[in-house]
Design a protein around this ligand. Structure first.
Ligand SMILES: NC(=O)c1ccc[n+]([C@@H]2O[C@H](COP(=O)([O-])OP(=O)(O)OC[C@H]3O[C@@H](n4cnc5c(N)ncnc54)[C@H](OP(=O)(O)O)[C@@H]3O)[C@@H](O)[C@H]2O)c1
Length: 353
């Protein structure tokens, strides 16, 4: 039995990856997927499996007969329309932050807590925030082995985390910055002030912004609070101590996180490497280039377009035998968003088989 599937936000950066994954993975669809977006896109078409499929504006009857609706069009669309889709019988997989901390909505990383996806009294499953998602894939096998108690996490988040407009802003500014030439060396603040910044609060090209999302409680941003609350919920560790700093970097796609993880048990590198090797959805790239090792560490660029989360620079902490330092990287549009959503759709479809 095939699945009737809808994508809300089919024209967006994440929606585009969802469409590609549905074409390339072994997902049995019934008929063409329903592609929904704003009024701006209604009536246009998107290619899918060799055909052109029309994009429609969201409406109540757009969800008629839909088994699974993947939402990726921002929180307000999810708040307004996810309950409508669920009431019409669809299982909603929501990529926005609208329902992530709702006690009646499971927050699921397919490799970490897939069992939680079956308990969905509202008919909605939430996809975690992209940075948290990437970190969780590496943290879970270490937590299982040593008992996670604390995470100090600094993210290096791609412009693509802000969608198509974030990518466009980075690429446009990059051209202008190159043209600025020596001013980048001698008059940086004037160059920064002269740039039109809309998707981000300051120039993102050739820059590093200690500001991701919106400032919120205790001078942390909402993006930083997502790392705190979502990590606790996914791992089932309400007392987990999380110290986040989220930073935007001039990368198109690929979020990186430098993390210091602390455990209830002492942890040695060899045992950590054993726990990480072969963990689902994770690839270890870790080598110093010394003592016969090849040089290997993950980068955002190398993660772009890859399904797996990459982990490297695994080191025992210099001061605390209970802590490890590591560097985790993942494609924010794939594992950080579209891939996990499609993996959850596969879990739901398997329930129906
Ligand atoms: N980018 C990431 O790395 C990432 C990671 C995790 C989660 N997310 C979440 O995924 C969602 C989409 O992100 P994105 O990066 O794909 O953004 P995007 O590239 O800006 O795409 C936004 C999508 O939402 C649609 N949309 C906007 N307003 C709408 C409306 N009033 N009614 C119906 N559809 C509307 C857009 O349709 P039009 O083309 O017609 O405007 C487009 O398809 C957001 O909730 C975001 O927080 C993104």
């Amino acid at each position: 039995m095939g699945t009737r599937l809808a994508i809300v936000g089919a024209t967006g950066a994440v929606g585009r990856q969802m469409r590609r994954l549905l074409e390339t993975r072994d997902f049995e669809l019934e008929g063409d997927p329903v592609f929904l977006a704003s009024e701006r896109s209604a009536g246009t078409t998107l290619p899918f499996a060799g055909r052109e499929v029309e994009v429609r504006a969201i409406s109540e009857d757009a969800f008629d007969g839909v088994d699974i609706a993947m939402f990726s069009a921002g929180g307000s669309r999810s708040r307004d329309w996810a309950p409508v889709a669920a009431a019409r019988g669809a299982v909603v997989i929501d990529n926005s932050s609208a329902f992530r901390m709702d006690d009646e909505v499971p927050l699921v990383v397919s490799e970490v807590n897939p069992h939680a996806a079956t308990m969905r009294p509202k008919g909605i499953i939430a996809n975690p925030n992209c940075t948290t998602m990437v970190l969780m894939v590496a943290a879970k096998p270490l937590h299982d082995a040593f008992g996670l108690t604390e995470a100090v996490a600094t993210s290096y988040q791609a412009a693509g985390g802000a969608g198509q407009s974030g990518i466009a802003e980075l690429l446009t500014q990059a051209g202008a910055m190159i043209a600025a030439g020596d001013d980048l060396v001698e008059h940086g603040s004037a160059v920064e002030a002269g740039v039109d910044a809309e998707a981000f609060s300051k120039a993102i090209a050739f820059n590093v912004l200690a500001h991701c999302g919106t400032f919120a409680d205790a001078r942390y941003t909402d993006e930083e609070w997502k790392l705190v609350h979502e990590s606790r919920k996914i791992l089932g560790l309400p007392a987990l101590r999380v110290s986040p700093t989220c930073v935007r970097v001039p990368v198109v796609v690929g979020h990186a996180i430098a993390a210091r993880l602390t455990f209830s048990q002492p942890v040695e590198r060899a045992a950590a490497m054993e726990a990480l090797s072969g963990a689902p959805g994770l690839v270890v790239e870790d080598g110093t280039g010394l003592d016969g090792e090849s040089l290997a560490y993950p980068t955002p660029l190398a993660s772009a377009g890859r399904d797996e989360v990459l982990v490297g620079r695994v080191r025992e902490d210099l001061g605390d035998p209970h802590s490890l330092n590591l560097f985790v990287v993942g494609d924010n549009l794939l594992k950080g968003a579209a891939l996990n959503a499609v993996q959850l759709a596969e879990l739901v479809a398997a329930e129906r088989a």
